[in-house]
Design a protein around this ligand. Structure first.
Ligand code: NAD
Length: 331
């Protein structure tokens, strides 16, 4: 099948491209290389058709979607740092860009998978979040919540395209995906801490470090994306995709130190210093993935220690981008 991956030069997108090529798909990548990089596709560059451009540009999206059977829509403005620093541009990207991609997929009769995010749950800190749980968001005027607001509307838009235009659309909410090629530049916690540990710099933990997260390996996520988009029972539905091992950020820092063999200190940075006054973080975020398990047998297998070791192995030669920056992850 001919398959378009928007954001295919990014972290998750490039792993998805590898997986699709291994399945025998023809792959087209549409990316503006804003947070993605050509290096992520270097090993498969000859096998992939690359369209350099923005999802905001209708003609470019049309060209990339032409003759495609499947569209994976992953391109987005990501990372709390990006959203807080460039709120308007991020909103336009995540709303108007998504509408352009949905419209093109509809025109070409392609199936579509939309990457939403666990951010849509906002501050709901319930034991394990299922897809029907309430969203608890702060004021729309706090830019910090604009990513969650936009991703929620993206889901709704994809759902309406399914209901009203019979677009075969499925939505997924990944929870803190981790793995090789993820950069710490936009505030992702695991590559940031690993980069700091490998460089012998202090590990920066925001707040008191008791906030809890649940990480999932990109290697466990990507096959689920491919399986869901091919399953007609998935259309019109949203699926959580995430891991099972919950950890506090403070404990995560200790594990990073142990696995990398670093003796760096851990320093705590107040949220206000990182993001300005009034920043709200969520105390925990833990997925219930029963829906994906029952439909496609989704069962993440990679332990957190294995994820940290894989990121460390990947980053050994390139630790500089995470050093000096704090971690600002919230997804
Ligand atoms: P990423 O930044 O590595 O990938 C995003 C890609 O989109 C990049 O290659 C970037 O260059 C591209 N892009 C951005 N704006 C674009 C535009 N206007 N036109 C074309 N390309 C554009 O991030 P990622 O972590 O791989 O995230 C991929 C998707 O998964 C995003 O939609 C994100 O919201 C979602 N997601 C990721 C996580 C996670 O933990 N990584 C969690 C939840 C949801």
């Amino acid at each position: 099948m001919r398959t378009l991956v928007t954001g295919g030069a990014g972290f998750i997108g490039s792993h998805l491209v590898d997986h699709l090529l291994a399945l025998g798909h023809d792959v087209v990548v549409l990316d503006d290389f804003s947070t993605g990089s050509a290096a992520n596709l270097a090993r498969v560059a000859d096998a992939v058709t690359t369209v350099r451009g923005s999802i905001l540009d209708e003609a470019t999206v049309e060209r990339a979607t032409n003759h495609c059977d499947i569209v994976f829509h992953l391109a987005a403005a990501v990372g709390v740092q990006t959203i807080v620093n460039q709120p308007l541009e991020s909103l336009r990207m995540n709303l108007l860009g998504t509408e352009t991609v949905l419209e093109a997929a509809r025109r070409h009769g392609a199936r579509l998978l939309l990457a939403s995010s666990s951010e849509v749950y906002g501050k709901n800190a319930k034991d394990s979040l299922n897809e029907d749980d309430d969203r608890v968001l702060g004021s729309p005027l706090k830019s910090r919540w604009s990513y969650a607001a936009a991703k929620g509307l993206d889901e709704l838009m994809a759902y309406c395209f399914w209901r009203e235009h019979a677009l075969r659309a499925v939505m997924v909410r990944p929870f803190n995906v981790v793995g090789p090629r993820q950069t710490g530049r936009y505030g992702m916690v695991v590559p940031t801490l690993v980069g700091q540990a490998l460089a012998g710099r202090p590990l920066t933990v925001y707040g008191d470090g008791t906030q809890r997260r649940c990480f999932c390996s990109v290697g466990d996520i990507v096959p689920a994306l491919a399986a869901l988009v091919m399953d007609e029972r998935a259309y019109g539905q949203v699926f959580n995709l995430g891991g099972t091992e919950e950890v506090s950020v403070r404990e995560l820092a200790d594990r990073v130190l142990r696995i990398t063999g670093s003796d760096s200190p851990v320093v705590h940075i107040p949220y206000e210093r990182a993001y300005g006054p009034g920043f709200e973080d969520m105390a925990r975020r833990m997925p219930d993935t029963t829906r994906a398990r029952e439909l496609i047998g989704f069962r993440p297998r990679t332990s957190l220690d294995q994820m940290i070791a894989a990121v460390a192995a990947d980053r050994h030669g390139s630790v500089r981008d995470a050093v000096g920056a704090g971690h600002k992850e919230s997804r």
